[in-house]
Ligand binder design. Structure first.
Ligand code: BG6
Length: 509
């Protein structure tokens, strides 16, 4: 399969005729992300006229009511709102709705009939995407029912059927294996698109361009020059009314198992032999396999967890996690997690990767910081030398997307005074155009049959396998929570961890 990245044309591509069926259509994800993304693709003329959307949900409503609900959603959540009413009206005409319980087989009879009708009326050519945007307990029944109704294959020759599965993909290794097994009994692996919206972020995709389209960084990208790597996804928000889901998840499952391990694999992988989807995914998987397994007995030497108590956020007092609506007052769910990974291969021997994510941190920031080693011999005297810090390369995923290289420079004047300075690249000022939303790119990629930015079965399983000992040990031990204040950079134990691990310090971006 040719990857359009290699042609530099990704965004100019146009979707083929198809129908997207969204299970969980009255849910939050559809309103906030999917519908605005589809509308934006339509606005940019990237969806043809032979395109249709079918929403499926338990809420009783007809097509008109669904269109109204989606109009309100796009007005509220699309970037720029409902900027162009005419375009929206024309887009909204192709929205359809089926009210019903996706566990009931009769829903799929109605769905099959509507799909056939749309193929005839709209020219959607038998190409279909099923998007599972429901609570995860519905994934198995939906997949079973799609199979029973023979909707896993297209009735039209040479047409395709694909399924997009949202996170969480499993709750642990066992459930992820079972889900993969089940999905695999109904769909071929090449039909399955496990979505991870971090991979759709412009800055995450740029990791590969940065590493492999530039000659100067790759020679330094190894244990000879890099001391350690910090991968951070900090959020200022708390649990935001999602306690029902979050209580059973926690930061390790919610952010690290998927998003941050994906980012890690792009940073740490070897150069792929081509930009072909399987070449890239093979390399990502190879580096995951080189990660040193963490044994049950050594979890405390590799991971730290935390939960926020009361504190401040953006200057206002906020409650602790245990006081949030829907949260157990004795909850042991972690809202902060950090993990140290070691990669046992030639490139990374001895270089720790510290990965952390937390809610109610001082600000929202996701970044990868490559911390280079100190110079082998220091020429400058003590006063000057105290100010010398090793070089750092920071890839800012969000917000304020860009890349910064920090190095030392001489302060102008007679004496030698050294100070850190930054060389800064910012997407916003450099390109002056907005980055597409992650979901826009990923939906279009799926329509075009490009799975590069989706998680492959083996990688999902490997990432659960690596984290299972931590999850097991944490589940068995009662933590002393809360252990960090809302609005701080997480538990003191995480700072102590790095200090003990080679005298290092977490960045305070
Ligand atoms: C989701 C998590 O996958 O990612 C949320 O479930 C988190 O808890 C969100 O807030 C963060 O995404 P982003 O794009 O805002 O960094």
């Amino acid at each position: 399969m040719t990857n359009p990245l290699s042609q530099g044309l990704r965004i100019e591509r146009k979707a083929p005729p198809c129908v997207i069926v969204i299970f969980g259509a009255s849910g939050d994800l559809n309103k906030r992300k999917l519908m605005p993304a589809l509308y934006s693709l339509y606005q940019q003329h990237l969806l043809g006229s032979s395109f249709a959307t079918i929403g499926i949900g338990r809420t009783q409503m007809d097509n008109e009511a669904f269109r109204e609900l989606m109009t309100a959603a796009v007005r509220e959540f699309a970037e720029g709102g409902l900027a162009d009413e005419d375009v929206w009206r024309s887009f909204a005409k192709q929205l359809h709705y089926i009210a019903g319980d996706p566990r009931e087989q009769e829903v799929y009879v109605r769905l099959g009939n509507l799909l056939d009708e749309l193929d005839k009326k709209t020219g959607t050519a038998g190409n279909r995407i099923f998007y599972l945007s429901t609570p995860p307990e519905l994934y198995t029944p939906i997949v079973t029912n799609l199979g029973k109704a023979k909707l896993n294959v297209s009735p039209v020759r040479d047409a395709w059927v694909r399924i997009i599965i949202e996170k969480p993909f499993g709750y642990d290794l066992k459930s992820a294996l079972a889900l993969n097994e089940h999905v695999g009994s109904v769909f071929q692996e090449e039909q399955v698109y496990r979505i991870d919206h971090y991979l759709g972020k412009e800055t995450v995709q740029n990791v590969m361009v940065f590493r492999f389209a530039n000659g100067i960084f790759e020679p330094l990208w190894n244990h000879k020059y890099i001391d350690h790597v910090q991968i951070t996804a900090a959020e200022a928000v708390g649990v935001e009314g999602r306690a029902g889901y979050y209580e059973g998840a926690g930061a390790l499952r919610d952010m690290i198992q998927n998003h941050l391990l994906q980012v890690f694999s792009l940073i740490a992988m070897e150069p792929p032999v081509s930009l072909d989807a399987s070449a890239i995914r093979d390399e990502k998987q190879k580096v995951m396999m080189a990660v040193r397994p963490i044994e049950h007995g050594e979890v405390n030497a590799f991971a730290v967890r935390g939960q926020y108590g009361q504190g401040t956020s953006n200057g206002r007092a906020v409650m602790g996690y245990r006081e949030e609506k829907g949260v157990n007052p004795q909850s042991t769910t972690e809202t902060y997690a950090m993990v140290k990974l070691l990669v046992d291969n030639w490139r990374w021997a001895g270089v720790p990767f510290y990965i952390r994510s937390g809610k109610r941190m001082p600000r929202r920031v996701s970044e990868v910081a490559i911390q280079f080693k100190e110079v082998p011999h220091l020429l400058f005297d003590r006063t000057a030398a105290d100010r010398i810090h090793p070089n750092t390369l920071v890839m800012r995923i969000q917000p304020d997307e860009g890349i910064t290289l920090r190095f030392s420079a001489k302060l102008p004047g007679q004496a030698v005074h050294i100070r850190d300075v930054n060389m800064d690249f910012q997407y916003g000022t450099q390109f002056g155009r907005h980055s597409p939303e992650a979901y826009e790119r990923l939906l279009l990629d799926c329509m075009l049959g490009d799975p590069t930015l989706f998680a492959r079965r083996d990688m999902v399983e490997k990432s659960w396998e690596l984290l299972m000992p931590i999850l097991d040990v944490w589940a068995a031990d009662k933590p002393k929570f809360p252990n960090y204040e809302a609005g701080s950079w997480g538990p003191a134990a995480a700072d102590e961890f790095l200090a003990k691990d080679g005298g290092r310090r977490w960045r305070r971006p």
